[in-house]
Design a protein around this ligand. Sequence first.
Ligand SMILES: *[C@@H]1O[C@H](CO)[C@@H](O)[C@H](O)[C@H]1NC(C)=O
Ligand SMILES: *[C@@H]1O[C@H](CO)[C@@H](O)[C@H](O)[C@H]1NC(C)=O
Ligand SMILES: *[C@@H]1O[C@H](CO)[C@@H](O)[C@H](O)[C@H]1NC(C)=O
Ligand SMILES: [Zn+2]
Length: 476
Amino acid sequence: MKTSFSLILSLLLYISIESIIQVDAACWEHPNPLKPWEKTLSSECGTQDVPKNPKLTTGIGKGKQFEDDQAAFLAPQDAFQFVFSCGVSDPVLCGKAENTFKSAGLIIANVVNFTTPLRVNATFTNFCQALGECGGKILGAASAARTVPLQDDDNVIRQYPQGLAKQFLLQPPPKWGPFDIQAFFNAEANLFFVGDTQIQPTQFDFQYIILHELIHGLGFASSWNSYFTGGDNTPIALTTDPSFLEMLTDQNQPVTFTGFTETAFDKYMVNAKIKGQSPKRMTDYASSLNNFAQIGTQFQNVQDLLDTFGNSPSFQISSSLIADSQTTKTFAFQPHNAKNTDDLIFLETNLNPFQQGSSISHVDIVTFNNNSDFLEVFNAKRGQTLDQVLAATGGTYPIGPKLLSVLETLGYTTANNPTPYKPRLPNSPKLAVSPPPPLPVANDNKMTQSMSTATPLTSSFNILSVFIIVAVVLLF
Ligand SMILES: *[C@@H]1O[C@H](CO)[C@@H](O)[C@H](O)[C@H]1NC(C)=O
Ligand SMILES: *[C@@H]1O[C@H](CO)[C@@H](O)[C@H](O)[C@H]1NC(C)=O
Ligand SMILES: *[C@@H]1O[C@H](CO)[C@@H](O)[C@H](O)[C@H]1NC(C)=O
Ligand SMILES: [Zn+2]
């Protein structure tokens, strides 16, 4: 049966710097976190040329590999390096903003052990004047400044935020860009700074905003997004990154299908919409999406590719996923320490229609708005400092236990996770893999209850009209 609809690209097409050489092994630059989908191919990718280390080749190390050496961790105050540009003329304000970056960086570095400093290009400026982003709805945005492809233990190559990839001390090291995180914060916002006396009901705590955004830059960012819209602009498909479209300069050019690509975060995402069953891994959906054409297939033009995709079973999958993305308690992050479905961390799927920048790459607001893991809900809290929110939710640290387990799962070292998971360089030999065992279903009756009480967010929650924009690594 031939379905007749038109797919309209909702993303901007960018001029590529070079043509892609190796499928899936491109590095991407994300210069503008306000529009993370506007990415460009890195002019340099691959690994650095490092002189052979004689210690590695003599063979007298009794099997001890350089990579296995105990990593030395940085002192917390050395973990973040902020290159700060202040776009406002008030030096006192600039000074307060800069100090807040340092304190937010410390909050992370006090619980995560970093081997390599994180370089943040932080700009504090008037969004309306400097970026043409007026209306004051966006407080800040951050994303990985560059993502690099690494091969996971399921042989899938995923895009890793550079800041995370650096921590693995891979040999030879990938080529790095100058910054790990690109961040913009809006100086027009009514902000409360650490050291100010009392937060006003209309103010936002700047430290809270920075911390939220830095976590995105560290990898709390999915590539699952709405990249295609129907004629009436409604989201019609949820896919991972259609990075094969980035190479194009106009819609009439031939397109080579190189596959939809996932981020590091996506490896751990599951679809838990069917209560009482083990969740399905999102990466399995991602690989089904890629079945619509053979990798390397040439299409005459963008519409030709879209027509083929739109008539494929893969498209049916992406349509059912866009419905799931607008349904409460469907997508979740499965942390490394999950024992059963009770340990899943539900992601933001309450918003209908799908909101680029808010949906998916945040934690479920229904579950987490008043919970010690509140930090990554998508709405900014007005009139409460980070400490006040923490106290109100009964939390003990701004990075809650579940959020810390997300960071650990992605590959960050913590006191409780001394030997994190580590991906390999993209040209590494493939491993023999079998699918991971299904996550046991929690055996209690909370499940049925949570289903019946699920209500659309718009009617049950009072979402502030000010959002922290997503800082998704790739695409928003
Ligand atoms: C790792 O971080 C923990 C805090 O979470 C800290 O107590 C510990 O000293 C750090 N380890 C090293 C080797 O720096
Ligand atoms: C930081 O990012 C801004 C915006 O992309 C850019 O103009 C600036 O050059 C960057 N800063 C440095 C030091 O590279
Ligand atoms: C939020 O949670 C705290 C502690 O868990 C509780 O004391 C408080 O009543 C809750 N507030 C709301 C508005 O639900
Ligand atoms: Zn966010």
